[in-house]
Structure formats: structure tokens, C-alpha cells
Design a protein around this ligand. Structure first.
Ligand SMILES: NC(=O)c1ccc[n+]([C@@H]2O[C@H](COP(=O)([O-])OP(=O)(O)OC[C@H]3O[C@@H](n4cnc5c(N)ncnc54)[C@H](OP(=O)(O)O)[C@@H]3O)[C@@H](O)[C@H]2O)c1
Length: 322
């Protein structure tokens, strides 16, 4: 079969023949129809991820066919029995196991779920990793309510946009940030109550003036902006973090955290139950994940370049074989 293969820290992704091992006990072979990028894939091609194994096939988000059945795959493998954190052997489809930027994927049948019927293969491929991460952040950790005032930072991000769609579906009042005026306009069109450019020096002041304060903040940037987010909270608010794109957070005031009775909550991916609940929510509310653009698998490098430049609004999808 053909795949985008990453052979070493120095090499580019190369589109070539690759032989997958035979399916093991309980494993099935999926014909990939579409697979989406996550920032994780970019980190790995740049060598910025722990325990990278070569050669590897990236791609955690897959929609495809198991014989005639239209399916999507849960990319979180081996969560285990705890609900509050995954087992130490938990890993994500697409390194170390061979992922979806290929014509086929071999995976345990426990990871296979029916594709929501209202979604195309491309839309369904945009869902799994961002969907389960956003679901756990929003519902399990954030315990979102319709009356909440919510802030989601970096709305161009895959998880952020999914979280935004979930929060809107819940009827919450949602504010967003982005570094791009176009993305701010798109989010406003989708229903954001307010949208601020985080590149403006007074971005947090603007949000304070617009919204007053937030009950729930969802962030994946970290860095110096995170400390400012804490000043945008209402008493008793929850601040949920699932990423650290901008690095270490300086200057956190403990007084602010304890006087306002804040909860700062970390979250990562989600359990099989959360994945199933996320799919039910998407089916019920007919949520359609946003696809920024679709590329041929052979042309996958262009999708990686677009993500590195941060140009996308929604998911970047690679199309599988017909
Ligand atoms: N823990 C988990 O389970 C998990 C799962 C998925 C992702 N992540 C992490 O979450 C982060 C985003 O991943 P992704 O796949 O959603 O990536 P992505 O689609 O490439 O999105 C990254 C986004 O970060 C935003 N951003 C950049 N600078 C920012 C700033 N100063 N303040 C606020 N936002 C800023 C950008 O938003 P704009 O384009 O709007 O400017 C950009 O779209 C990464 O660090 C990733 O590793 C973690």
C-alpha cells in the first residue's frame, strides 16, 4: 500500500510503498478514506515529541471502511480502567502504531466506531482526536452549563474550534481569541459573542470590557498569556488547559487562585466512554466539524506546511484512496 512515511529526524515525509504487518489477535484492516492532521503530527516531523520511533506513519484521525461498514477510529489506545487518567501504556494512533496517512490502517476492533451518518468521510476524519479532547475539556472537566460565559483561546486550532462548536450547541455565551482577523470574523459569523486578537497588546483588557469575566476558560497556548487569563475569571471559575504551544507559564499569583476559588484543570485526550459520548453528542446535535481544506495523500506535505504556518480554520484533511 502507499503511505506518507517518516524515516528519520532529518528526512521529509515521503509518499511511498509500505508493507504493514499482518493484523494480530482482534485487529482489523481499515481502508482509509480520509485522515486529518493534528499539531502533534507537525511536532513529530520536527522531532519535538518524546520517544519518536522510525520509520513511522503519522495520522491519528481516520475515517474509512471496515469491509462495507463506514467507520471512524478512536485514536486513544489503551486508556485502561481509570476515569481520571489513562494507563501508563496509553498511546495515540499514528506513532508508535502506524497511523492514517496511508491507504490502510491496522487497529484493534475495540477502537472502531460507526461513522456518524450525517458526516462525509472528510468531516468524520476531522472529528476523533479534536472531538474527544474538546469533549473531555468542555464536559468532564469544564462541566459546561448553558448559562456559562466561556472563553476559548486560539480559535483557529482544531481542538479549540471543536470546543467552540460544543459550547455553542450547549447554548453557552462564547468569546474567542485568535491571531488572525479573518478567523475572528469567521468565529463571529458562527456565533461568537465577542472576538479579540491576542496579538493586540491590550487583548485581555478588551475581553474584560466586553465580557466582564468568564466561568469557563479553555486554553492550549499557555505561556505568558495564561497568567492574564486568570485575571479574566469570575469567582469559582474553571480554567482548563490541554496544550502548551507557547511554553511555560510565568507569574501566576496564588492569591488570585485562592481568593477567587479557581480550579485550574489539566486534560488530555479522553477515555473510550468519553469518545462514545462525544459521538452521541455530535449525532444528536448534528454537529459538523469544520474542514479547512482537503489534500491528496500524495500531496500531504502541503497540508503540513499550512498547519505550520497556522493558516487553517478547521481541520486539514488528507484524502484516502477511492
Ligand atoms: N492534550 C491533548 O490531548 C491535546 C490534543 C490536541 C492538541 N493538543 C495541543 O493543543 C495545541 C493545539 O493543537 P491543535 O492540534 O488544535 O493545533 P492547531 O490546529 O495547529 O492550532 C494551534 C492554534 O494555537 C493558536 N495560538 C497560537 N498562538 C496563540 C496564542 N498566543 N494564544 C492563543 N492561541 C494561540 C492558534 O490560533 P489562531 O490560529 O486562532 O491564532 C492556532 O490555530 C498544541 O499544543 C497541541 O499539542 C493537546
Amino acid at each position: 500500500m502507499k503511505a506518507l512515511v517518516l524515516k528519520s529526524p532529518e528526512s521529509e515525509l515521503s509518499y511511498e510503498d509500505f508493507e504493514l504487518p499482518k493484523p494480530g489477535n482482534g485487529e482489523v484492516r481499515i481502508q482509509v478514506k480520509a485522515a486529518a492532521l493534528n499539531h502533534r503530527d507537525v511536532w513529530i516531523t520536527k522531532g519535538q515529541y518524546s520517544k519518536i520511533q522510525y520509520p513511522t506513519i503519522l495520522g491519528s484521525d481516520v475515517a474509512g471502511l471496515l469491509d462495507d461498514r463506514e467507520v471512524i477510529l478512536n485514536p486513544g489506545i489503551g486508556w485502561g480502567t481509570e476515569t481520571s487518567f489513562p494507563h501508563k501504556d496509553f498511546h495515540i494512533l499514528g506513532m508508535p502504531s502506524y497511523g492514517g496517512f496511508a491507504e490502510e490502517v491496522i487497529i484493534h476492533s475495540d477502537q472502531v466506531f460507526d461513522k456518524p451518518q450525517h458526516l462525509s468521510f472528510e468531516q468524520a476524519a476531522a472529528l476523533p482526536l479534536a472531538g474527544v479532547t474538546a469533549y473531555r475539556a468542555m464536559f468532564t472537566k469544564g462541566k459546561i452549563q448553558a448559562e456559562d460565559k466561556v472563553l476559548i483561546t486560539g480559535i483557529g486550532g482544531g481542538v479549540a474550534l471543536m470546543a467552540f462548536q460544543f459550547a455553542l450547541a450547549m447554548g453557552a455565551t462564547v468569546f474567542v481569541t485568535s491571531g488572525s482577523p479573518e478567523k475572528l470574523a469567521q468565529a463571529t459569523e458562527m456565533g461568537a459573542a465577542g472576538a479579540v486578537n491576542y496579538r493586540d497588546p491590550d487583548w485581555s483588557k478588551q475581553l474584560k470590557e466586553m465580557a466582564g469575566g468568564f466561568n469557563l476558560i479553555i486554553d492550549s497556548a499557555g505561556g505568558s498569556g495564561f497568567s492574564q487569563l486568570l485575571y479574566l475569571t469570575r469567582p469559582g471559575a474553571k480554567v482548563v488547559t490541554y496544550g502548551g504551544s507557547k511554553g511555560v507559564v510565568p507569574d501566576i499569583s496564588p492569591q488570585l487562585i485562592f481568593w477567587r476559588q479557581l480550579s485550574i484543570l489539566g486534560t488530555s485526550m479522553g477515555s473510550p466512554r468519553e469518545f462514545a459520548n462525544m459521538l452521541s453528542f455530535v449525532r444528536e446535535r448534528k454537529i459538523v466539524p469544520i474542514v479547512d481544506s482537503t489534500f491528496d495523500l500524495a500531496d500531504g506535505q502541503r497540508a503540513f506546511a499550512r498547519m505550520e504556518e497556522g493558516l487553517q480554520f478547521g481541520k486539514l484533511v488528507l484524502a484516502g484512496v477511492d
